[in-house]
Ligand binder design. Structure first.
Ligand code: IPM
Ligand code: MN
Length: 372
C-alpha cells in the first residue's frame, strides 16, 4: 500500500516522540513491503515563531492532500500564562481538527499487564480495564461563540450542539461497541445542561437501531469518580468535547503514564493520529519522553487503513519493550533507556519478530544491536 503521511512534529517533545513513531512505520514499510511517503510541516508555537500563524496555509494544505496526519504535540509555556496572547499554539490544532472535519476522537484506555504495578491505583481496581473513549472533537464549548465585554470583566463560551453533530459520532460509537463488548455509556450533565439533554435524546433514538448494544447514561461528575473506582465496568464511553478532554486525561493514570495513551481523530475524509499527552516542555531535548503513545498512534494509523497485521507487529513490539523493561523514566525512574532507545528497540522488533530466547538482554540498551 502507498500512503502519503503528513508529519506535524509541533512543539516540546513532539518532534522526539514523532521520530520514534516514524522509525516504527519505516520498519513496517520494510517488513511488509509498503510505501509510506512522509512530508513534514510546522504547527503550533514553532509555526508562530516562523510565520506568526500556528497553522500556516501550507501546513493545512499538506494535511488535506495527505492520506493521514501524524501529529506530535502542541503548546509552549510562554503562551500558557499570558491571557493577553492573541495567537496561541493550541489554536493551530483546533483549527486543524475543524478544517479537516475530524469530529470523532478515539482514545483507547487499556492496562498493560506488565505495567499494572506502575499505576497509582490499586491493582485489583484497574485489572481488566479496557475501554475506549469516543470524544466529540469539533463542536461544543471549544468552538462556540466566545465573548468578553469591553471592560474585560465578563466572559462566556457557548456550548452548542446540533442533532447532526451528535448523531454522526454516536453512530461510530455504537458500531465500536458492537465490535467490542456491546456496552455504550453516554457521559453528560443532563441534570443541568440543555445541550446534554439533546445528547441523551439523540443518542437514545439512535440506540434503537443498535438493539444488541446496552446503552446507559452517567453524569460526568459521577463518571469521573467511576473511572477511578471501577474502570473495568466501561466498554465504550461517548461524550462531548470538553468532558472527553478531561476524563481522558483522568483515565490515563489507570495505565501508569499519560505517555502511553494514543488517539485517532477521524472524519468523513481525513484522519489524524496523535498521543493524548501535551508538549511536556520540561523534558524537551532530554531524551526522556515516553514515545509509546506516539508509536501506538502510528499503530492506530495502520489499523485505520486495515493494515491489522502490521499494527499488531507494532503493538507486539511495544509489549516486548514493556516486558523487557525497555522503558523511559516515567515508567521506571531507574531506567537507563531514553526516548531514542525505546524507539529503536520497538522498530527493531517490528522488523524481526524475534522470540525472547534469541534476545541478548545485556545488549538491549544498545538499540540497534539488541538482537543476537
Ligand atoms: C487534547 C489537548 C487539546 C484539547 C489542547 C492542546 C487544545 O488537551 O488533545 O486533549 O484540549 O483538545
Ligand atoms: Mn487534553
Amino acid at each position: 500500500m502507498k500512503l502519503n503521511i503528513a508529519l506535524l512534529p509541533g512543539d516540546g517533545i513532539g518532534p522526539e516522540v514523532l521520530t520514534q513513531a516514524v522509525k516504527c512505520l519505516e520498519a513496517v514499510e520494510e517488513s511488509f513491503n509498503h510505501q509510506f511517503v512522509f512530508k513534514k510541516a510546522p504547527v503550533g508555537a514553532i509555526a508562530i515563531d516562523m510565520t506568526g500563524n500556528p497553522l500556516p496555509d501550507q501546513t493545512l494544505a499538506l494535511c488535506k492532500e495527505a492520506d493521514a496526519v501524524l501529529f506530535g504535540a502542541i503548546g509552549d509555556p510562554k503562551y500558557d500564562n499570558d491571557p493577553k496572547a492573541k495567537v496561541r499554539p493550541e489554536q493551530g490544532l483546533l483549527k486543524l481538527r475543524k478544517e479537516l472535519g475530524l469530529f470523532t476522537n478515539i482514545r483507547p484506555v487499556k492496562v498493560f499487564p506488565t505495567l499494572i504495578s506502575k499505576s497509582p491505583l490499586k491493582e485489583d481496581i484497574i485489572a481488566g480495564t479496557d475501554f475506549t473513549i469516543y470524544r466529540e472533537l469539533t463542536g461544543g464549548i471549544y468552538f462556540g461563540e466566545k465573548k468578553l465585554n469591553d471592560a474585560g470583566t465578563i466572559a462566556s463560551d457557548l456550548c452548542e450542539y446540533s442533532e447532526k453533530e451528535i448523531s454522526r459520532i454516536a453512530h461510530l460509537a455504537f458500531k465500536a461497541a458492537k465490535n467490542r463488548n456491546n456496552k455504550l455509556t453516554l457521559v453528560d450533565k443532563a441534570n443541568v445542561l440543555e445541550s446534554s439533554r439533546l445528547w441523551r435524546k439523540v443518542v437514545s433514538k439512535i440506540g434503537e437501531s443498535y438493539p444488541e448494544v446496552a446503552l446507559d447514561f452517567l453524569f460526568v461528575d459521577n463518571a469521573a469518580m467511576q473511572i477511578i473506582l471501577n474502570p473495568s465496568q466501561f466498554d465504550v464511553i461517548l461524550t462531548e468535547n470538553m468532558f472527553g478532554d478531561i476524563i481522558s486525561d483522568e483515565a490515563s493514570v489507570i495505565g501508569g503514564s499519560i505517555g502511553l495513551l494514543a488517539s485517532a481523530s477521524v472524519g468523513d475524509e481525513n484522519a489524524l493520529f496523535e498521543p493524548i499527552h501535551g508538549s511536556y516542555p520540561q523534558a524537551t531535548g532530554k531524551d526522556i519522553a515516553n514515545p509509546v503513545a506516539s508509536i501506538l498512534s502510528a499503530a492506530m494509523l495502520l489499523e485505520h487503513f486495515q493494515l491489522f497485521e502490521e499494527a499488531m507487529a507494532v503493538r507486539e513490539a511495544v509489549d516486548k519493550a514493556l516486558k523487557k523493561g525497555v522503558v523511559t523514566p516515567d515508567l521506571n525512574p531507574d531506567s537507563k533507556y531514553g526516548t531514542n532507545h525505546v524507539g529503536d528497540f520497538v522498530a527493531d522488533n517490528v522488523v524481526d519478530n524475534h522470540d525472547d530466547l534469541n534476545m541478548n538482554d545485556e545488549n538491549i540498551g544498545l538499540g540497534k544491536s539488541t538482537i543476537i
